[in-house]
Ligand binder design. Structure first.
Ligand code: SF4
Length: 79
């Protein structure tokens, strides 16, 4: 069974360096403040492995990849 997950950005952590938007411009969009949010339906556009890599690349671990069933954080960022 394919694992269902949701990607989101913690705006308390995001420093707006736009790295995620460069990696996945179809998924992450800029807010007026220059931070990033996940576009509607964006979590369904890439594989879990791809999102885990993007989350890993965020310098402040602001990108969360969460299991839809358990709420478990799947990426390797600090809580
Ligand atoms: S890579 Fe991380 S810090 Fe940079 S804009 Fe994206 S979520 Fe924010």
């Amino acid at each position: 069974m394919t694992r269902k997950f949701t990607v989101r950005v913690d705006l308390d952590l995001c420093v707006g360096n736009a790295m995620c938007r460069a990696e996945a411009p179809d998924v992450f969009i800029a807010t007026d403040d220059g931070q990033s949010v996940v576009a509607e339906g964006g979590s369904e556009t890439k594989s879990l492995e791809e999102f885990l890599q993007i989350a890993h690349d965020c310098p402040v671990s602001a990108i969360y990849v969460e299991d839809n069933d358990t709420g478990e954080r799947l990426d390797d960022g600090d809580r």
